[in-house]
Each structure stands twice: as C-alpha cells, then as structure tokens.
Design a protein around this ligand. Sequence first.
Ligand code: UDP
Ligand code: MG
Length: 316
Amino acid sequence: MTNPQISVVIPVYNEEAGLASLFARLYPALDQLAISQETSYEIVFVNDGSRDRSAAILREQWERRPDVTRVVLFAANAGQHMAIMAGFEHAKGEIMITLDADLQNPPEEIGALVAKMQEGYDYVGTIRRKRQDNFFRTWASKAMNRLRERITRIKITDQGNMLRAYSRNVVDAINSCKEVSTFIPALAYTFARRPTEIVVEHEERSAGESKYSLYSLIRLNFDLMTGFSLVPLQWFSMLGILISLGSAGLFVMLILRRIFVGPEAEGLFTLFALAFFMIGLALFGIGLLGEYVGRIYQQVRHRPRYLVEAVLERKE
Ligand code: UDP
Ligand code: MG
C-alpha cells in the first residue's frame, strides 16, 4: 500500500449485526470515488475491544480486501475517541475521514467531504440534514451546543455526528496530543486554520444499539467544557467573589440591626434558605474542581491510553 489519498477511520464496538451492510455500501462508494476522482483510499477499522464477533468479521474483510484495508485490534474497550486516535496513528492518507460503523453516516457522502477539502479547507464538519433522533435529544443537544460554544469557543453546529474530514496537518497535531479523554472533533477544531461545515444526510442506525445513554451525553458535554476550557473555573471564582461581597453586606447589616434594633430571631428561616443555597453552590464548586482534578489524575498516571493487540495490514 503506497500512501493513499484518503483514509477512512472507523471505530467498531459490538457492531457484528451491521458490519456486512457497512462493507456493502462503503467499499463500492469508495471504489467509485477512486475511479471518478482518480484518488486512492484505505479504510482503517479499529476494533475497540468488541465482545461480539466484530473482530472476526473485520479480519475476514481484511482478507477479502487487503489492498485497501487495515484493521487495528484493541485488547480492551478504550472508547470511541481513543479508537479514532489509534486509527489516525495508523492511517497514511492526506485526507482523513471519520465515520461511524452503524451506517448513520451514509458512506456516499464521503465524496462531498473530499470535494470540500480539495477547496482548501483543513477541517470539514457536518450538519445532519434531518436528524433521526427523537425530539428531546435534538433539543437537549441544541441547548448544550450554545453553552459549549460560549465556554470553549469551539463552533460545532452538530456535535453528535462523527462524519467529518481532517487534513494531514490537523491529524498530525492530534497525534502529538497525549490527552486521555478527549473529543476528536473539538480537538481538531482547535488545530484547524480553515474549518468549515457542510450539510449531510443522516440515517437510522442500521443494526445493533447505540452505545450512548443520556447520561453519557451529559458527561460528554461536561468533558467538553472542562477538557477544553478553564472558563467554568473562572466563572466560579467570579461567582465566589460576588457572593462574598453579598455576604459581607449581609453581615454588616445584621451587626447594625443587632446594635440598633436588638437581638431578633424572626429571619431565621430566610437565613437557612440562604445558607442551603450557599452550601449547594459550594458543593457544585467542589464537584467542578473535582472534574479538573480528575482529568489531571488521569493524565499524570501515564497509563497507556489503549492496548493494541494486533494490526492487520499488508507488509509494505
Ligand atoms: N464505539 C466505539 N467504542 C465505544 C462506543 C462506540 O468504538 O466504546 C463506536 C461504535 O461502534 C460506532 C461509533 O463509535 O461506530 C458511534 O457509536 P454509536 O453509534 O453507539 O453512538 P451514537 O450514534 O448513538 O451517538
Ligand atoms: Mg450511531
């Protein structure tokens, strides 16, 4: 395999039910692109420690098309973004495309991404034309987006969509990062000099189940904010200053009342309410600090981010 023009990186975790239909659409789409655009491609599958037959199916596919296929097999589950990281490290292309294994991102859209990249952009994000998710999920992610955009300055209109293209420069920068828990599109955005977005189709999951729950979506957004910005901490210290000033005012007022009005106990429950509110804020602050401390802890342990069991590729 000489260095191909396009590398398609696909994380795979327990996708045995959908892989066959993925191959059936992905390879023809890329073969056609290769002919019409005179490009070359490779597909890098990363099996993220699946507990089903995914690894075996990927191996069969590699035996069928070793000319354009690489397979990285993890020893254990490391998460979607670590899988993509590993894929990037093994991919040789000039243009990198990431794609989900569940056919929610139509492989036929790869051509549009490549065309956009050839216009000189180094990051092409995508916006799903019509999201095949339920109303609540759509709404929740919109609200989260706005908050995240303000906090991190990362502009990703549609973050739940992994169909994206990155240039070699951006991927090299990503490869030099040693971050343990990250979100690839956001990381890439911070390195991109000419980012853009296009609208693509989006389909229902072809088979199997989503690996993400609502909880993990909330986690992801928290990770994005604490992983890409110190703004939450800074806001919190500003809030702390405001509250201290307020409390100082209250203190002075209570002292004056004690002196001029005498002892009184009627405001007791107002004071309780205030105190509980403050305790709540303080707890939130500790939690927020904990998020950052946790990230530091993960990072300083220097554990391998993922364990590669084997790489299936043709000897050069
Ligand atoms: N995935 C992975 N490791 C994980 C979870 C998911 O490699 O721990 C892969 C999964 O196989 C799929 C992609 O990441 O190719 C997106 O997962 P999923 O479709 O479950 O997410 P959703 O589309 O529901 O956000
Ligand atoms: Mg999916």
